[in-house]
Design a protein around this ligand. Sequence first.
Ligand code: HEM
Length: 510
Amino acid sequence: MEDLIAVLTSWSVQFIAALVFLYVLLKVFKRVRYAGGKRPPGPPSLPLIGHFHHLLFGLPHHSSAKIAEKYGLIVWLELGAVRVVVVTYSDIAREVLKTQDHIFASRRPLIMADMVFKRGQNLGLSPWDDHFRLFRKIFTTELLSQNRIDSSKDFRRQMTLRTLRTAFEEGHGNRYINLADLSHNQFLYLTTRMLFRTDGHAQNKDLLEITHDFISAGGLVIEDFFPLLKSLDLSGQVRRLKNIGERYFKIMDSIIDNRLKENSNSKSNTEEDFLDVLLATSTFSRVQVQLLLLGIIVGGTDTSADSIVWAITELLWHPNIMERLQRELDDVIGKERLVEKADLNNLEYLQAVVKETLRLHPVAGLGVPHYSTEATKVAGHNIPANTWVILNIYAIGRDPQDWENPLKFDTSRFLNSPVDVRGHHYEVLPFGAGRRRCVGMNLALVCVAYIAQLIHACTISLPEGLTHLDVDVEEKFTLTVARRDPLNLLMKRRLPLDVYRKAGLQFSDV
Ligand code: HEM
């Protein structure tokens, strides 16, 4: 027995000694590799996992903001096998996204890109290469051009009417409605309508499910940081993502087959949608068409929907701001018609509400990681090639160096101010900036301003017994930073019945 204990002890001692030796060797190796260069500061790291434990507790955009408070506005982290630089200050963001945009405009291959997007053959996850340039061009010139956004105004109108009908059916039956569910459904309807004209309920329901699964499976995939674990798939996320990809391709195959059949059978004069545009360009394979469309569904649905939920949350929390917005809407639009897209630019206070919402609640809190293609210096620190660069958009928008009383929802900051949210002012970057700036930004800004239609056409109340003081802003972090808890609301008609009827809304209860 004693012999056995002695053998075990000596084995475990040797094993631990080997680990320590490996760790020291790794550190020395890294020192030598980076000799002559000063990397950004960062907290002490643990063997093997580096700083990964910081991501395990709390929300990643909060944890990295806390690290920045202690170690500086540009921080070096080792997340398992991945080297990461986190930027939390507007001037450094400018250096990354403007001065050195050409070095940081790439993306690192991710498991999600592999499993679902077939090696990043879509826009958002594609590295900076010829494919990317081609994808980006078709998005900006064809799919999401201003003309196409304008021409989709009828879909948006239909979407508004559907939203109002659903909200009123529940509200006038004294039933609360979960605003996030309502908003996600409506945006998925709008997106799929723009992409491939479907409002076939069965397919939309499946797509909604797939989008939700994708969002919850895709947030933080542990195996991206520990590639050796990929084949073990301990978290089950690799399997989940693969399964989501398979389900999506099955639906899309049937949508594309039907479309090709339709197109060959008749010279139909239905309006051209994104699918038609992509099928008409011989540049893209069928898989690329499917992936480009999936990128829009994922990038465009929950982002806009969750931003609306944040805007309404803040308006309910600040009744004075809600009243002022309603007053502006009543003054400019009146009470005899609904808000239209053409009104949006005339609503100065509305625009301030939208910007302040995007500052305080940027749904892409940590953006999409950029990736350096060559070694460079940022803010005097050495950044090696092949390093992730994460912009903490959330913390930048709340930085007391740039914003007075930054945690306060204060619309006056954007009244009579040249600062906007389109990526020219680095202290507020909800859409990023530079070559990888959100390609759906113009559409998103129209969609988020859609809160005007809700605020103008509905009275919105909290559940009985709750006051504005009970509204909370707790978050959850998935692919978007969304409200953690449901926002259940009672929504009723605010305008004379005739106004809705004239707009084409029929009610069954009157
Ligand atoms: C409020 C709504 C939205 C917000 C806050 C938002 C935010 C962002 C951010 C921060 C990025 C990353 C920028 C970077 O890498 O520096 C991004 C990229 C992207 N967004 Fe959006 N987005 C929104 C809506 C949309 C919509 C409506 C669409 C499409 C219809 C869309 C499609 C994309 C795509 C395809 C990319 C990848 C661009 C690239 O890698 O070149 N987004 N978005």
